[in-house]
Design a protein around this ligand. Structure first.
Ligand SMILES: *[C@@H]1O[C@H](CO)[C@@H](O)[C@H](O)[C@H]1NC(C)=O
Ligand SMILES: *[C@@H]1O[C@H](CO)[C@@H](O)[C@H](O)[C@H]1NC(C)=O
Ligand SMILES: *[C@@H]1O[C@H](CO)[C@@H](O)[C@H](O)[C@H]1NC(C)=O
Ligand SMILES: *[C@@H]1O[C@H](CO)[C@@H](O)[C@H](O)[C@H]1NC(C)=O
Ligand SMILES: *[C@@H]1O[C@H](CO)[C@@H](O)[C@H](O)[C@H]1NC(C)=O
Length: 773
């Protein structure tokens, strides 16, 4: 007894000692707890409750971290689950994503400013609403301030100019609706300025061009108008993202160190400056959807590091010289929907290069893609009457128009995909780990997302290491028992699928394709290598291929075999059908599958290979592995299918419209959502179903009638409503009103969250009932 009380005394004095030396000042602990209350107890801070130790020692989670220095909080990062602008997208049907009416941003910031040692502050997706109070400047040590994805509006307070140590300022995804401040040059150490996705008006302030430390400026998706000033003084600038504004000047000179310039979807006019030819670091340039005129400078194509060049949907005219030279890194070029004439330069000829080139909707003398008659480009140039050739003109116009629609659709997807900025946690899941997240600097991963997406394209171009293996035909014949009926798995959307077992015991799925026309092996191989480089946890990996050139001519291929990883647990469609009851997935499992697939498609859309827009999305192209992780197959086939099946719908505009529609991933994903709701739909009946049954989703009775009973018994109404609403949007006949994949993903993640909460509530109800005496 004596010894144990002695032990207790020693122990207590030890605790006391520790708390004296290491513990956060109780004052600051109190401040933190008050902040939690102000924020209406967000889930990531649940771990603060009943935590008796020092908050400084609390292990970081992806959604919460505290760092202390000298017994004061120096870094505080909280990422909530209130999805910021997403509620705008839901309309009124959505639960309230903001903090309640009683939240006062003024008291909140007053409390916050008591953490006087804060250097890094991240408050993301917490539902914070109101105008940001000026007194935020009292946090005079701040170096990083990130309050993205909240509901702040009004102006960005001028007193922020007093935070002279600030090097990163991020207010993405709010509702700031004044002008971009013109005092930003007081922040002499600012490296990152990111105000994407707000409602900022007025001009781009020229004071920004005096902040010599800047490496990244992102002001995309605002309402900026007028002139873009000369930016060539910003010698350290790598990233300039001004997409989707109303800027309408000529393009200014850009800084020489720029690696990524995103200026699409504005109203820029005039010629592309020759000065762009001096941007030797440039990797990614997007000038699409503006009103640029003149002939693009030749040097643009031959810049040493350029990998992505998008000039689509402008008014560029004239002819590109046949001897045009393309940079070694150049992997993607889009010059479609302009007024270019003459021949396609040989370095843009896709049949002989490992390069993706889009050139439809011009007046080029080339027959493999839809082109306008030369008069279109001339007429359009001169803005003169169009009195000639009505009948032919109209017909060609219709064809050309549908091409333009296709191109616009593809571009629209690129743009839409980037409209809703990725917010933190999601990006970490959707981005492959090709580029290291250097979050040590305190820059949030979402800010790096753009740069990351973009550099992937470049990296993939140079990274030879994970190119697909080349399998000898004999090995595949052995693996599949000579493509015996017993190893036949089924007919894929293209080609036959066999199960095989390699010598080392690995199971693979082998797709066999017959080429209708003969193509160069070299070209095909490059494209297949590109596909093999696409790696994502929710994609069935392409392990390698075998090109069978056993025809007469060694240099052309007649058959090709694609070797994929084998995913053992059947396809999603089979898991939706009651015909095999033990396998039927309940609602939350279906959501998990859908989220996985949406992540994979989002990955395909965001630029690794910028043309992966039609991925043949179907429930029977989604496979489940032994842990029921969803994996998408048949993706990216458009890269090689033009080598396999050329579209024949040249003269028939209704048919090309149909192609457009059926190749839209969002639309097709809408059908996957639909089948997840109602069970498998007999193929070909989808459209009819839409017409007849969609309305039934509106009423409770209708839902009970058409929604799969398994879903009805395992879902919460709220979660179901979210998915029904996004399904309707995806299958909208108007492609322009369909959401982007990012939106789709957000909605699904949100639905899953709602479902998880409902399931947890039910569980706790059940346990509390069980524990009743
Ligand atoms: C820690 O606090 C002490 C006293 O307040 C001060 O003298 C010292 O400079 C501080 N150290 C750091 C690293 O801030
Ligand atoms: C948001 O919630 C508050 C408090 O719960 C409520 O007063 C307000 O009307 C809600 N806003 C919307 C758009 O539902
Ligand atoms: C700006 O950054 C430099 C280098 O990091 C630093 O020495 C300087 O003190 C900073 N200026 C301010 C005002 O914090
Ligand atoms: C910004 O939005 C707020 C709230 O919607 C509105 O009251 C205010 O007038 C707007 N300010 C400007 C400059 O448009
Ligand atoms: C091109 O990129 C590489 C690697 O990113 C870099 O080392 C090189 O300096 C760049 N070349 C030029 C001319 O900027």
């Amino acid at each position: 007894m004596g010894s144990s009380s002695l032990f207790a005394i020693v122990f207590l004095s030890w605790v006391f000692f520790i708390s004296r030396t290491n513990q956060l000042q109780t004052y600051e602990s109190q401040v933190l707890l008050q902040l939690r209350k102000h924020l209406e107890f967000p889930v990531p801070l649940d771990i603060w409750e009943n935590y008796n130790g020092d908050l400084c020692n609390l292990a970081s989670t992806p959604h919460m971290s505290i760092t202390c220095q000298n017994n004061s909080v120096s870094e505080l990062k909280i990422m909530g689950d209130k999805l910021g602008k997403v509620s705008e997208f839901y309309g009124s049907a959505v639960p309230n994503q903001t903090l309640s009416k009683s939240f006062s941003i003024d008291s909140f910031v007053t409390t916050l400013t008591r953490l006087t040692s804060l250097r890094v502050l991240g408050l993301v997706s917490l539902g914070i609403w109101g105008p940001l109070p000026d007194k935020i400047h009292r946090l005079y040590s701040l170096e990083v301030l990130d309050m993205s994805s909240n509901f702040m509006f009004g102006s960005i307070p001028p007193q922020i100019s007093r935070l002279v140590k600030l090097h990163t300022l991020i207010f993405d995804g709010n509702f700031f609706n004044d002008t971009v401040p013109d005092w930003l040059d007081s922040l002499t150490n600012l490296t990152v300025l990111s105000l994407k996705n707000n409602r900022l008006k007025g001009q781009f302030p020229s004071s920004v061009c005096r902040i010599m430390t800047l490496t990244g400026i992102a002001l995309s998706h605002n309402e900026l108008s007028g002139n873009l000033p000369d930016m060539s003084t910003l010698s350290g600038l790598h990233l300039l993202d001004l997409r989707e504004n109303h800027l309408d000047s000529e393009l200014p000179s850009l800084p020489k160190g720029l690696t990524t310039g995103l200026l699409s979807k504005n109203s820029f006019s005039g010629k592309i400056p020759e000065q762009f030819g001096e941007l030797y670091q440039l990797q990614h340039l997007d000038l699409s959807n503006n009103f640029l005129t003149g002939t693009p400078p030749d040097v643009l194509f031959s810049l040493p590091n350029i990998s992505y060049l998008n000039l689509a949907s402008n008014k560029l005219s004239g002819l590109l010289p046949n001897h045009l030279s393309c940079g070694d890194e150049l992997g993607f070029v889009d010059i479609s929907s302009n007024r270019l004439v003459g021949r396609l330069p040989s370095c843009l000829d896709t049949t002989s290069n490992n390069r993706i080139v889009k050139f439809g909707g011009n007046c080029l003398s080339i027959d493999t893609q839809h082109q306008h008659p030369e008069s279109y480009c001339k007429e359009a140039n001169m803005e003169k009457g169009r009195s000639r050739g009505e009948a032919i003109g109209v017909l060609v116009g219709v064809i050309g128009g549908s091409v333009i629609i296709m191109v616009l659709l593809a571009l629209g997807l690129i743009i839409l995909c980037r409209r809703y900025r990725s917010r933190g946690c999601m990006e970490q899941h959707t981005s492959p780990k090709i580029v290291q997240d250097n979050s040590t600097s305190g820059i949030s991963s979402e800010f790096l997302a753009n740069a990351r997406i973009i550099s992937q394209a470049a990296k993939l171009g140079s990274q030879g290491s994970i190119a697909g293996r080349v399998f000898p035909l004999e090995e595949l014949e052995e693996a599949t028992n000579n493509f015996d009926q017993s190893s036949f798995l089924g007919e894929g959307s293209i080609g036959k699928l066999y199960k095989g077992r390699l010598e080392n015991g690995t199971y693979v799925a082998v797709r066999s394709l017959t080429l209708l026309r003969k193509y160069s092996i070299r070209n095909l191989k490059m494209r297949l290598d590109l596909l093999s480089k696409l790696r994502h946890p929710h994609l069935v990996s392409l392990l390698g291929h075998c090109i069978d050139g056993s025809g007469q001519d060694e240099s052309t291929a007649s058959r090709v075999f694609l070797v994929y990883e084998y995913v053992p647990n059947g396809n999603f469609r089979a898991h939706l059908s009651e015909s095999c009851p033990e396998n039927v997935l309940k609602w939350s499992d279906r959501l998990a599958v859908l989220i996985g697939v949406a992540k994979a498609v989002h990955f395909l859309h965001t630029g690794v290979i910028p043309v992966c827009f039609s991925n043949r999305l179907k429930t029977n192209n989604i496979f489940l592995d032994e842990h029921r992780i969803a994996k998408l197959s048949d993706y990216g086939m458009s890269i090689i299918t033009e080598e396999i099946e050329k579209p024949e719908a040249k003269g028939d505009s209704s048919k090309s419209w149909h192609i457009t529609k059926s190749e839209d991933d969002v639309y097709n994903f809408g059908f996957i959502l639909l089948e997840s709701l109602v069970g498998p739909i007999v193929s070909g009946k989808g459209e009819a179903f839409l017409l007849n049954e969609m309305a039934s989703f509106g009423s409770q009775d209708g839902r009970r009638r058409i929604v799969d009973p398994i879903v009805l018994t395992t879902c919460s109404q709220e979660s179901l409503s979210i998915v029904i609403s996004i399904t309707k949007k995806c299958t909208s006949p108007e492609s322009s009103s369909r959401p982007s994949f990012e939106d789709v993903l957000w909605n699904l993640q949100y639905a899953a969250q709602v479902q998880a909460t409902a399931d947890a509530d039910q569980k706790s109800d059940a346990t509390s009932q069980n524990s009743q005496p």
